[in-house]
Design a protein around this ligand. Structure first.
Ligand code: KG4
Ligand code: ZN
Length: 334
């Protein structure tokens, strides 16, 4: 029997739909909401309105470009949380209505689990168990992944996510939102050892990223006092040094977790896993420590519906369906 899943993602500022047939992702249509750039961050009300506008065209395109008809669908998978309530409501209401109209199962998906399951879109797929460093705009977690349905968070940030540290740092430097990719770009050209930023030290496998942006703030303020062009003249080295500190913090705890759990299959996931510095440092660690590493394709790092569709596929196989009264969970945890 063939399994055809329509996946829908609407947790933040990407409206996306994807089709997955028998565990193979056929397409991944994404409408990115550029409106937020002018506000320097995501404006929830504007995000909901843009989802409302985009959702039907995006779903139509996913169906049309795959040649799949509505009657071929086995189930509809959607992001239940975490995310912005208004944004989640658009995707969940649409998915419920469509599943009811077609008389097919509804599958709710945890967005953070889906970032991890993006590793099952292409080959090579990680064998279980593996560790995943999930790094996004709202989360920083080390997850012990035991199966397609068993995720144990063994360490996480106690305040800001690392994506926030990238975005807020970029804002202080006058770079556009979201700032992660801009810091990444400047960091490629800069000296990561030129400046020092204080790393915060949390117990066990936890993280804290709220201090480092304050340390960047004071650093910029002090240096700009004598030289108003300090940022402009040193942007590459500042970005390289700031990024180096963030990556160092991330990877220290990841190494600790791998040693503690004696696991050497290591994955990264989420928006920050697109960072070229992180990707290359992970390759270095793989060589040094004999890790088998899993790095998602760029298009599956940031928010997308392909990861929701593949998660839906594994839930469908296990008949993990949801009721029509399932509601969005903005603070959903793994
Ligand atoms: O997973 P994601 O698309 O959305 C959430 O679920 O939060 O992650 C977005 C985050 C933003 O903070 C963005 O700046 C960061 O991912 N990001 C990057 C890069 N590309 C996206 N951070 C560093 N380097 C990048 N190349
Ligand atoms: Zn995400």
């Amino acid at each position: 029997m063939s399994t055809t899943i329509l996946g829908i993602e609407s947790s933040c500022d990407e409206t996306s739909a994807a089709i997955c047939v028998n565990g193979k992702v056929v397409n991944n249509i994404i409408a990115t909401q550029s409106i937020h750039t002018q506000f320097g961050g995501v404006v929830p009300e504007l995000a909901s309105r843009a989802h409302q506008k985009n959702i039907i065209p995006v779903v139509h395109e996913a169906l049309n470009s795959s040649g799949i008809e509505r009657k071929d669908l086995s189930a509809i998978a959607f992001t239940q949380g975490p995310g912005l309530l208004g944004a989640l409501l658009v995707g969940s209401s649409f998915s419920k209505a469509m599943s009811m109209a077609l008389g097919i199962p509804l599958i709710s998906v945890n967005h953070m689990e889906a970032h991890i399951l993006a590793h099952f879109i292409d080959e090579p797929k990680p064998a279980f168990p593996f560790l995943c460093l999930t790094v996004s705009g709202g989360h920083t977690q080390i997850v012990h992944v035991k199966s397609h349905h068993e995720f144990i968070v063994i360490g996480q940030t106690k305040d800001d996510a690392v994506g926030e540290a990238f975005d807020k740092g970029a804002k202080l430097l006058g770079l556009p939102y979201p700032g992660g990719p801009y810091i990444d770009e400047h960091a490629e050209k800069g000296d990561p050892k030129r400046f020092n930023f204080a790393e915060s030290n949390m117990p066990d496998l936890d993280y804290s990223f709220s201090g480092i942006k304050t340390s960047l703030l004071y650093f910029l303020r002090d240096n700009s006092k004598n030289d108003p062009s300090f940022i402009e003249h040193n942007i590459d080295d500042i970005c390289a040094s700031y990024q180096h500190t963030l990556l160092n913090m991330l990877l220290k705890k990841l190494m600790k977790a791998a040693t503690q759990l004696k696991i050497s299959r290591i994955a990264i996931a989420g928006g920050v896993s697109a960072n070229r510095g992180l990707r290359s440092e992970l390759h270095e660690l793989a060589k040094k420590r004999g890790w088998e590493i899993f790095i998602p394709k760029f298009e599956y790092c940031t928010d997308n519906a392909a990861m929701i569709a593949i998660s839906g596929h594994y839930k469908y196989i296990d008949k993990r369906f949801s009721e029509l009264n399932t509601s969005p969970e903005p603070r959903m945890t793994i």
